[in-house]
Design a protein around this ligand. Structure first.
Ligand code: HPA
Length: 275
């Protein structure tokens, strides 16, 4: 476990806001490989390590920087790279960036990740809009948080993933000729990939794809009252379902190869998001 650090989401948000003098209401957290640099015009950059208490990932494919700029007239903040439970970070660390986005004023959060497919129709390179999830990490990021009357830790998760944003994304993808699936994402803690038997189990539980991130961020986002849109890039068939063995390098490579379409899609959905 990493050691506890002195941090405040409010201070980190104030630092970012003071440096860039912008108040984005749309935030994006990117996963392995996806490069969203092209999403914003004349973006400003802040390395995570400049911001007190901001956790940095050591995983390949994570750039550890904040980017702020305009996308289709809207101010957008992108966190390029996230930390993971499997790196030894706590749930508090993992969800700290979500709290910072909330303090900045983000109302709509887009969470992207790389995921392994457990369905034959979900092929490497495909996108899956997340319409529900199964948290198999064994831990909940809201554990230990106080229960307030205006912010209950007993968060309703029956529509954790925003229906309107999902439907609009599917419609926009269709119009742009970007094939989108819609499905249930499971998250495990990692870092080892799953065994074929575990994949059979997770599939039986009702998930379509599996990842090692994102879901704690979804839970924290809902606690903080943000609307969530989740997008997975399918990077591989999960263990036992494909022909080759699983490699992180391949996951990053496939995700990176889909960055252009992800940027096109997100640019379109951002224009639609209420600010
Ligand atoms: N399993 C878990 N996480 C993943 C996978 C996988 O197959 N691919 C990308 N992230």
């Amino acid at each position: 476990m990493k050691t506890a650090v002195n941090r405040s989401a409010r201070d980190a948000a104030a630092y970012i806001k003071a440096k860039k003098d912008k108040s984005p209401s749309i935030g994006i957290i990117t996963g392995s490989g996806l490069d969203f640099a092209g999403l914003i015009e004349r973006g400003d950059e802040i390395p995570y390590k400049e911001i007190q208490g901001f956790p940095c990932s050591k995983v390949r494919g994570h750039k550890n920087r904040v980017m702020i700029g305009k996308c289709g007239g809207e101010n957008v903040i992108i966190l390029q790279g996230r930390v993971h439970y499997y790196e030894g970070y706590s749930m508090e660390d993992i969800t700290f960036p979500v709290k910072v986005l909330s303090e900045i004023g983000v109302k709509n959060i887009i969470l992207t990740n790389a995921a392994g497919s457990m369905k034959t129709f979900l092929k490497p390179g495909d996108f899956m809009v997340i319409n529900d999830h199964i948290n198999l990490t064994g831990i909940n990021p809201l554990r230990g948080l106080p229960d307030h009357k205006d912010r209950s830790r007993f968060v309703d998760m029956s529509q954790a993933h925003d229906r309107d944003l999902i439907n609009k994304t599917l419609e926009l993808g269709f119009g742009m000729g970007i094939m989108l699936h819609c499905g249930v994402l499971a998250a495990v803690s990692g870092p080892s990939y799953e065994t074929p038997a575990e994949i059979q189990m997770i599939r039986t539980l009702g998930a379509d794809a599996v990842c090692m991130s994102t879901i704690p961020e979804v839970i924290m986002s809902r606690y903080l009252g943000m609307k969530v849109l989740g997008l997975s890039v399918i990077t591989n068939y999960a263990a036992g379902l494909g022909t080759s063995s699983l490699r992180h390098e391949e996951v990053v490579k496939v995700a990176r190869s889909r960055s252009k379409d992800a940027v096109r899609l997100l640019s379109a959905i951002i224009k639609y998001m209420p600010v």
